[in-house]
Write a protein that binds this ligand. Structure first.
Ligand SMILES: *[C@@H]1O[C@H](CO)[C@@H](O)[C@H](O)[C@H]1NC(C)=O
Ligand SMILES: *[C@@H]1O[C@H](CO)[C@@H](O)[C@H](O)[C@H]1NC(C)=O
Ligand SMILES: *[C@@H]1O[C@H](CO)[C@@H](O)[C@H](O)[C@H]1NC(C)=O
Ligand SMILES: *[C@@H]1O[C@H](CO)[C@@H](O)[C@H](O)[C@H]1NC(C)=O
Ligand SMILES: *[C@@H]1O[C@H](CO)[C@@H](O)[C@H](O)[C@H]1NC(C)=O
Ligand SMILES: *[C@@H]1O[C@H](CO)[C@@H](O)[C@H](O)[C@H]1NC(C)=O
Ligand SMILES: *[C@@H]1O[C@H](CO)[C@@H](O)[C@H](O)[C@H]1NC(C)=O
Ligand SMILES: *[C@@H]1O[C@H](CO)[C@@H](O)[C@H](O)[C@H]1NC(C)=O
Ligand SMILES: *[C@@H]1O[C@H](CO)[C@@H](O)[C@H](O)[C@H]1NC(C)=O
Ligand SMILES: [Cu+2]
Length: 584
């Protein structure tokens, strides 16, 4: 099918953008360089990603990935790191298109017309500038750079109702942030359910690693997929619970009922490949595997870890893993699998969400390999395996409780909540602006938790009585996982792990259990914490931390914020659109 072929080429091109400053001055240079990635991306070949990245910082080679210019895997990136002086700039357009990622046509809201959208790629220490144009006719937008710490740049976090008004149709907004971390993430719309209509794409920040590899493959983005738009499924979700998804996509491709085509990658025997894995699903916990091959995990979200090896890897919504896979099997074709876990996800095509790894790239036949054994369950990776390479200790944290629950409102629609109430914030009154204008009057349904003290450790005991796991995501920070347990309630006998616990930005709240997370109040701003199941975010399972409120106004670019709100207000007046979800 021509359409799919085009999509595949677009994806390949997007994933193969050479590392941004490959042609510019050395990272040590303080001069400001603006590199435009767009034109070079189309002709780049798949292998240039790794070679360009490797050439960026001399010393970072296949036999030693621990070094990075004058910095290394030992650098404490929370307080230190390169300042390359390089600015990488992207233009993204949110569009309304018809695509058939798995051979079945549907309306897709997409970034630059593809699913996933273009990869945002930079080097550790670069400044990233992204101009987002909303070319949709009937939706606002707002792009969140998931996992990006936004150190003192809260306004760039991209969350309507919290850090900005939605971008009105026809309007655009420029986001600017520094890549103070390195590794893998993704960007996605934070407006309504738009992310899961297709408005998402990968983020790759090149930097050092805790294990060596020869080459880097494309990012591998896993999503679940329905043939109806998620907007049209929302009323079902609000009354019956999460709908069964039809299938899933790996890098925007799959076969469904004999049509469509699968994503393919080629291995050269003997080489070790870095693969960056991302779960962008609306409601699917995947087990990821490659038949016959082990997986060595070297980073969880943006945090490098002491490597561990497994055959099947759990990845829940919003999480990322950087993995290394060695081409140590016979020359043949192998299935790559993303298997929705029935314990918490409902999918009509569970055994068929697959891509292909070929050792011999002239082969066109389907693999005949079998999956590794696994037990269907929605567990996070065993926490004892997630040992951050850069050790950090939590000291004297002060704690509070947050309860997760669900009720139905007067219209019999599901409303989830964490803490105070089910979130209901207003698109046109972002918290950040309310604070700037000095008229913040937060009500219970704004779900605000004030954290006035700087550089103190706070911890939160998140508990749920209902047997549904929730992937909890925090903006603006990595959190430290002090404890987690399924089918158990928290009490004073639980030992909190304060000594280099797992650290990341999404963790699973186990079914009928508890999750205890801590973070340092080192980043003034209004930061959302929410469940990353798309339905649950829209149904209110979110809160906002107002961190160091007195320091926030000085960080706000008021003219930009006010202009976005002005355009939004006039579009609302014209279109008569009414907010029907949590506002995030
Ligand atoms: C974060 O921002 C603060 C305030 O601008 C700055 O002092 C600090 O060095 C930044 N941290 C990093 C890792 O860039
Ligand atoms: C996205 O599309 C816009 C035009 O709509 C184009 O200017 C830009 O170069 C594209 N960006 C990428 C990264 O391909
Ligand atoms: C996308 O296009 C369809 C068909 O024209 C339309 O019904 C829908 O409202 C559009 N969506 C947005 C967000 O503009
Ligand atoms: C966004 O557009 C879709 C159509 O593409 C529509 O169903 C939905 O109601 C719109 N949502 C909002 C919040 O604007
Ligand atoms: C699968 O395709 C066949 C025709 O090839 C069609 O009759 C059938 O309805 C399709 N099934 C689904 C679930 O789409
Ligand atoms: C996978 O790892 C296990 C444990 O480290 C090892 O015993 C096994 O040989 C490895 N298998 C492959 C295919 O590399
Ligand atoms: C496929 O094989 C050919 C011939 O060996 C080689 O030149 C090419 O680079 C390979 N392509 C990929 C994507 O590995
Ligand atoms: C703050 O109050 C002013 C005056 O009442 C109002 O115009 C403005 O919209 C309010 N700002 C926010 C963000 O609610
Ligand atoms: C903010 O935007 C409004 C239009 O909505 C405009 O009337 C007002 O002057 C702007 N405020 C400032 C301080 O620029
Ligand atoms: Cu949830």
């Amino acid at each position: 099918m021509p359409l799919l072929h085009t999509l595949f080429l677009l994806f390949t091109a997007a994933a193969a953008v050479p590392a941004p400053q490959a042609e510019s001055s050395s990272p040590a240079s303080s001069s400001s360089v603006t590199t435009t990635l767009v034109s070079s991306s189309v002709t780049a070949s798949a292998s240039s990603t790794s070679s360009a990245a490797a050439s960026v910082c001399s010393g970072n080679t296949a036999s030693d990935r621990s070094v990075w210019c004058d910095y290394s895997i030992d650098t404490d990136w929370y307080t230190d790191g390169p300042d390359t002086g390089v600015t990488v700039e992207y233009w993204l357009e949110v569009t309304n298109v018809t695509l058939a990622p798995d051979g079945v046509d549907r309306i897709v809201l997409a970034v630059n017309g593809t699913v996933p959208g273009p990869t945002i790629e930079a080097n550790w220490g670069d400044t990233v500038v992204i101009h987002v144009t909303n070319s949709l006719a009937n939706n606002g937008s707002g792009i969140h750079w998931h996992g990006i710490r936004q150190n003192y740049t809260n306004q760039e976090d991209g969350v309507p109702s919290i850090t900005q008004c939605p971008i009105a149709p026809g309007d655009f907004l420029t986001y600017t942030w520094k890549a103070t971390q390195y590794g893998t993430s993704w960007y996605h719309s934070h407006y309504s359910l738009q992310a899961w209509e297709g408005v998402f794409g990968p983020i790759v920040i090149h930097g050092p690693a805790t294990a060596d590899y020869d080459e880097e493959l494309d990012t591998v983005m896993l999503v679940d997929w329905s043939h109806d738009t998620v907007d049209s499924l929302y009323s079902y979700a609000q009354t019956q619970g999460p709908p069964t998804m039809d299938t899933g996509l790996i890098n925007g491709m799959n076969e469904y009922n004999g049509s469509g085509s699968r994503y393919e990658a080629t291995f050269e025997s003997g080489k070790k490949y870095l693969i960056r894995l991302i779960n962008g699903a609306i409601d699917t916990h995947f087990k990821f595997s490659i038949d016959n091959h082990n997986i060595t995990v070297i980073a969880s979200d943006f945090v490098p870890i002491t490597p561990f090896t497994t055959d099947v890897l759990d990845i829940t919504m919003g999480q990322r893993y950087d993995i290394i896979v060695e081409a140590n099997q016979d020359t043949a074709d192998y299935w790559m699998r993303a298997i929705p876990q029935a314990a918490c996800s409902s999918n009509g095509d569970s055994d068929n969400i697959r891509a292909i790894i070929r050792y011999d790239n002239s082969s066109t036949s389907d693999p005949t390999t079998s999956a590794w054994d696994y037990t269907d369950a929605c567990d996070d990776v065993d926490l004892s395996n997630l040992v951050p390479y850069l050790s950090q200790t939590v000291t004297d944290p002060t704690g509070s409780d947050l309860t997760v629950s669900v009720t139905t409102n007067s219209e019999n629609l599901f409303k989830w909540q964490i803490g105070l109430e089910s979130m209901a914030v207003q698109w046109a009154e972002p918290s950040l602006l309310q604070i700037y204008e000095g008229n913040a009057t937060f009500e219970d349904d704004d779900c605000v938790y004030e954290l006035p003290d700087a550089n103190t450790w706070v911890y939160w005991v998140i508990e749920a009585a209902i047997p549904v796991p929730h992937p909890i995501h925090l903006h603006g920070h990595d959190f430290f996982i002090l404890a987690a347990e399924q089918s158990a309630s928290y009490d004073s006998s639980v030992t909190l792990n304060l000594d280099n616990p797992p650290r990341r930005d999404v963790a699973n709240l186990p079914a009928s259990g508890y999750l205890v997370i801590a973070f340092l109040t080192d980043n003034p701003g209004v930061w959302l914490m929410h469940c990353h199941i798309g339905w649950h975010t829209s149904e209110g399972l979110a809160l906002q931390f107002v961190e160091r409120e007195s320091e926030i106004p000085a960080l706000v670019n008021y003219d930009s914020a006010n202009a976005t709100c002005a355009a939004w207000d006039s579009w609302v007046a014209e279109s008569g659109i009414v907010e029907e979800d949590s506002g995030v």
